[in-house]
Design a protein around this ligand. Structure first.
Ligand code: GRG
Length: 286
């Protein structure tokens, strides 16, 4: 199946499940549930949960068994976007072409909606307890993976570096380290979580981890290129294309994609969506 068709297909199941795990809009206190839903159903591409479903599927686990794990990753992603847009962070008035959460609901509610989504990510991953086929040790490993990708060595640390923007001698090494934490960590956790559910071998896990890290780096570099081309770049921030130019940024992004595709070779031709995503990153416009 083509990458776009696969993604559209998975989006239906992902959206339906997300709808079932977040409280209804009119549930008291309704304002926070409205804010959570505004951001979760605000037009996200659902790449991360689709990656969880795809890596699980690659290793023989069906979508039904992997769906709560996939959705918990999307909830963390949405949490990070709400907080990233806040005035004390990137101060972005728009997200996906619509007013950001704090512009609609105000800063205090947006902050709390972000916090609530993290809590619901944990509630959602714990729903795996309903599946007899998933061992308790596997659920613990999933929680460990999810917690690690958010910690101060990963997303939180990456966001700190993004804010304080230290001056470093080797800017490329510094920026790649920051992107690894800020962006690759969650993408990697999405892919690895599918593999954890499937009790992947060490060799499979190593290959998928390398794939995830490379895809994440290429994804963030491309995101920065798109921001720069659409004149949405924050001039106070150092970014890959800002420092090294669009041409070099594109060249390095392609290098990471090739490395990601190389990592998939051990799966022969079974990794359709994962290799399709690699191609998509290089050509994406949104
Ligand atoms: C502790 C989870 C956590 C977060 C706090 C705010 C923060 C620390 C981290 C921010 C990380 C961040 C926003 C990274 C940018 C990643 C990125 C390129 C997001 C855009 O991803 P898409 O295009 O989003 O997949 P859609 O809109 O499709 O959902």
């Amino acid at each position: 199946m083509k990458f776009k068709n696969y993604l559209n297909d998975k989006k239906i199941l992902i959206d339906k499940t997300l709808d079932s795990v977040i409280p209804a809009e009119d549930k008291d206190p309704s304002i926070i549930h409205q804010a959570m839903r505004y951001s979760v159903f605000g037009g996200g591409k659902r790449l991360r949960p689709a990656l969880t479903l795809a890596s699980a599927e690659l290793l023989g686990i069906d979508n039904k068994t992997a769906i709560y794990t996939a959705c918990s990753i999307e909830l963390i992603h949405t949490f990070s976007l709400i907080h990233d847009d806040l005035p004390c962070m990137d101060n972005d008035d728009f997200r996906r072409g619509k007013p950001s959460c704090h512009k609609v609901y105000g800063e205090p509610i947006a902050l709390l909606a972000g916090n609530a989504l993290l809590v619901y990510a944990y509630k959602t991953i714990l729903k795996n307890n309903d599946f007899k086929e998933i061992k308790k040790e596997t659920i613990l490993s999933l929680i460990e993976e999810m917690t690690r990708c958010v910690d101060t060595e990963n997303m939180l640390g990456g966001q700190v570096k993004d804010i304080i923007q230290e001056k470093k001698e080797n800017k490329k090494e510094y920026l790649l380290g920051l992107y690894k934490q800020k962006t690759s960590a969650l993408i990697c956790a999405a892919i690895r979580s599918g593999a954890i559910l499937a009790e992947a071998t060490e060799k499979e896990m190593k290959a998928l981890t390398r794939y995830g890290e490379c895809i994440g780096l290429a994804f963030q570099i491309t995101d920065d290129i798109l921001d720069m081309m659409q004149d949405q770049r924050n001039p106070d921030k150092i970014t890959y294309p800002g420092e090294f130019g669009i041409k070099e940024a594109k060249k390095d992004s392609e290098k990471f994609i090739l490395e990601a595709l190389d990592a998939l070779k051990i799966f022969d031709d079974k990794s359709g969506f994962l290799s399709g995503l690699a191609d998509y990153i290089l050509t994406r416009q949104v």
